[in-house]
Design a protein around this ligand. Structure first.
Ligand code: 4UW
Length: 523
């Protein structure tokens, strides 16, 4: 029997995201919606709405409208939110791009998503220019959020006198295309509709105590679904104030929390290590923090407890996946007593099943099974990839997450393993298939396979097993350097082992479980 959420279903309004978020700010109209952490510059809810409408009008003047994809390749700032919602309000679709991407990775996403225009910041222009050339887009298909000589800027768009276009998108239309490798292969566009995003906001509103009193820290990137929904859009929905940071830097992170009196901090587990252990944490007044919320990779319960004790706050854990918009399970704010190894309960409107990957049979409480999720937050599929969609979404509407979990009789879920290829480095996706394809382009590499292994700190890192070409004397450092030059830093290969042959099935599929078993034996 599928496990239903213990929470009552919530109603999901059948409206586009703009209508859901930008209605009746009431007393909050003049309050800060987004604050730039480093500078303290704030924009109010009313100002944000004004910007969104101007951006929509200017995009419409430039011929961007229904069905068009616009890329957003920028760090977290208040204007990220304005541009994001401006694109949606122009009836177009946002593809959010990892701001660490190399020109090649950016070109892949631009080409695959069919993006027509890129919003970026001036320090990223070199990479954007190279990517536009690679994908055959005009060099002027760029708007900078700051300013750059000879470039259209956000300020130019905001100067338009045109009216915003009529809103023609409906709840069932695609809103965003973040990229995820899912359970297998390279990064793919995840089709999330306006309904998916609205649903997830309604669902999580039942779990967390986020209100106009809350100050959310958004250091995790808005391009990733966790930042997009849980920080940027949840902040708007609950009329909270979101304090943005363009990148993580521990002293600056602590300063921003302390000075802006941040009450709710969303993190991935590596930040918990710093919060629990780093001596500099004691130099800041962090008494403002009520809740630290961890997700994107497994949190160690002891580590979580150490953070709770040191900061005298509640620590909670949630589970999500890009394909789930992203939250499906989390701990509610009112249960600070829950076991921090768990990911809490299924959120409202979510049904979960745990299925034995070998037999396809559903398993009961206490047993391990692949987590399948059904609900209004489940993606409609992968862009231009019916095969990948078919292996991830079944006929009954369940999304097969590739994560292995257990559930208690009370409906508390714990993620215990992963059956998919995906590696997570500090919460960021590293698709092994992409690294393997890249390694095979090296003249001296005959074959390669990549899996996740644990380093000395218990952090998951990508490890490459490499078969050298006959006569080649390639070393590990050269392999790592070759990869590092061509991909974003979080995808670097961090361990290399040379072997004679990659274990493969009769059909030629890499037998990752054999490599994992080999690794486990060594440990
Ligand atoms: N424990 C173990 C976890 C956990 C986990 C994720 O890059 P994606 O597609 O997406 C994310 C989303 C994370 C997220 C979103 C909203 C939220 O509230 C929350 O908790 C605060 C987290 O990372 O990667 C999805 C994959 O990341 C792993 C798991 O393998 C999943 O399929 N993952 N959260 N708590 N593993």
């Amino acid at each position: 029997m599928p496990v239903r959420s213990p929470y009552a279903d919530v109603e999901i309004p059948d409206v586009p995201l703009f209508d859901f978020l930008f209605t009746d700010f009431g007393e909050r109209a003049g309050a800060p919606a987004f604050v730039d952490g480093p500078s303290g510059a704030a924009i109010t809810f009313a100002e944000l709405e004004g910007m969104v409408l101007k951006i929509a009008a200017a995009l419409s003047e430039r011929g961007i409208g229904a069905g068009d994809v616009v890329a957003l390749f920028a760090p977290n700032t208040p204007s990220y939110a304005a541009v994001f919602h401006g694109i949606l309000r122009a009836n177009a679709i946002v593809t959010s791009v990892n701001s660490l991407y190399t020109p090649g990775e950016l070109a892949h996403q631009l080409g695959d998503s069919g993006a027509k225009l890129v919003f970026t910041v001036s320090p990223f222009l070199d990479r954007v220019t190279a990517a536009l050339a690679e994908v055959g887009l005009p060099a002027d298909a760029v708007v900078v959020l700051d300013a750059a000589e000879g470039r259209t800027s956000l300020r130019d768009l905001l100067a338009t006198t045109a009216e915003p276009p009529a809103q023609t998108v409906t709840a069932g239309d695609t809103a965003v295309l973040p990229y995820s490798s899912g359970t297998t292969g390279r990064a793919k566009g995840v089709i999330l509709t306006h309904r998916n995003l609205v649903a997830n906001l309604c669902q999580i509103a039942e779990m967390g105590d986020v209100s106009s009193e809350t100050k959310i820290l958004a250091v995790l990137p808005f391009f990733h679904i966790y930042g997009m929904t849980v920080m940027m859009n949840q902040g708007l929905h609950r009329r909270a104030t979101v304090v943005t940071m363009p990148k993580f830097d521990l002293p600056e992170f602590l300063r921003v929390i302390s000075e802006h009196r941040v009450s709710r901090v969303y993190i991935a587990p590596p930040v918990a290590v710093a919060l629990a252990k780093h001596p500099i944490v004691d130099q800041y007044d962090l008494s403002c923090i009520d809740v630290v919320f961890s997700g994107a990779a497994p949190l160690d319960a002891e580590l979580g407890q150490a953070v709770a004790k040191r900061l005298n706050c509640t620590v909670l854990q949630g589970y999500g996946m890009t394909e789930l918009s992203p939250v499906s399970h989390c701990m509610p704010d009112d249960r600070p007593d829950m076991d921090l190894n768990t990911c809490g309960f299924a959120i409202p409107n979510v049904e979960s099943k745990l299925v034995d990957p070998e037999t396809g049979q559903e398993v009961g409480p206490g047993e391990r099974g692949e987590l399948w999720v059904r609900g209004p937050n489940v993606m409609s599929g992968y862009l231009n990839n019916p095969e990948a969609t078919a292996i991830t979404l079944d006929d009954e509407g369940y999304l097969h997450t590739g994560d292995v979990a257990t559930v208690t009789e009370d409906g508390v879920f714990t993620i215990v393993d992963r059956v998919k290829e995906l590696i997570k480095y500090k919460g960021y996706q590293v698709p092994p298939a992409e690294l393997e394809a890249l390694l095979l382009t090296h003249d001296e590499i005959a074959d390669a396979a990549v899996i996740g292994v644990r380093d000395a700190d218990g952090e998951e890192v990508p490890k490459a097993f490499v078969v050298r070409q006959a006569g080649a004397n390639l070393g590990a450092a050269e392999v790592m350097a070759f990869v590092a030059e061509r991909i974003a830093p979080h995808k670097k290969v961090r361990v290399v082992e040379f072997i004679d042959e990659i274990p493969k099935s009769a059909s030629g599929k890499i037998l990752r479980k054999d490599l994992r078993a080999r690794e486990a034996e060594r440990v």
